[in-house]
Design a protein around this ligand. Structure first.
Ligand code: Z5A
Length: 209
């Protein structure tokens, strides 16, 4: 994985984990510290990526797992070249709502695609890993209840079954176990203020290290 002077931070988690609130809190925290923060999301984050996102999430499409994986990486390749690498080269912080760990969790764990395929795509078309990943970990039932309580229509992936989301969660947790220095598990079952407190404490410790 390549070297750069900026920092890449990703937020990950399953359904209803509360990434939106955490994203905003981190962004504010880093801005208050006088740092330039560029926020983005996956899939999406660029004009092309947002078009790909619409295809990926529309319940109108039937997308086979392999095509889903490649579309996630098409969006990511565009984001890395167009936005992330230039920002990191300038020494900025990039904060992203999801990154490659999500492909390992959803397409690898959830859909059952081979790990080696995802690793090859990461190596050949991404070439960077986050410096810090905050994994908002939450029981599947609790997360689905929160997502349903939002009252919005569920997208194509949100319509998956409980066992799919359980495999997603298990894969995220396995990855955190394999890379404990990079991936910090946050207990997202707590009230929002407590989750934000845990996240900012972890971020502060990491920045001070
Ligand atoms: N995906 C993939 O398969 N492969 C990949 O490589 C990538 C992504 C990159 C879109 O991602 C989908 O793409 C996603 C994974 C897949 N599919 N799914 N499922 P996304 O990140 O844009 O979509 P999302 O995960 O569905 O985001 P989300 O539902 O918006 O999740 P969230 O941001 O964590 O949820 P939230 O909006 O912050 O919170 C949900 C609700 O819960 C909301 O009403 C909150 O007010 C409430 N909430 C949040 N925190 C709390 C606490 N602590 N207590 C009580 N209530 C809370």
């Amino acid at each position: 994985m390549s070297q750069h002077s900026g920092k890449l931070i990703s937020i990950e988690g399953g359904e209803g984990a509360g990434k939106t609130t955490v994203f905003n809190a981190i962004r504010q925290f880093l801005s208050d510290a006088g740092l330039t923060v560029i926020g983005t999301r996956e899939p999406g984050g660029t004009e092309v990526g947002e078009r790909i996102r619409q295809v990926l999430l529309s319940p109108d499409h039937r997308i086979v797992p392999e095509a889903e994986l490649l579309l996630m990486f098409a969006s990511r390749a565009q984001l890395v070249r167009e936005l992330i690498r230039p920002a990191l080269a300038e020494g900025h912080y990039v904060l992203t709502d999801r990154f490659t760990d999500a492909s390992f969790a959803y397409q690898g764990g959830g859909r059952g695609l081979p790990l080696a395929q995802i690793e090859a795509l990461e190596r050949d078309f991404v070439g960077i890993r986050p410096d810090l990943t905050l994994l908002l970990d939450l029981g599947v039932e609790q997360g689905m209840a929160r997502a349903h309580a939002r009252g919005q229509a569920l997208d194509r992936i949100e319509q998956e079954r409980t066992d799919f989301f359980q495999r997603v969660r298990d894969t995220y947790r396995q990855r955190a176990g394999q890379e404990p220095e990079r991936i910090v598990i946050i207990d997202a079952s707590q009230p929002q203020d407590d989750v934000v407190r845990q996240v900012l404490a972890a971020l502060g410790r990491w920045m001070a290290a």
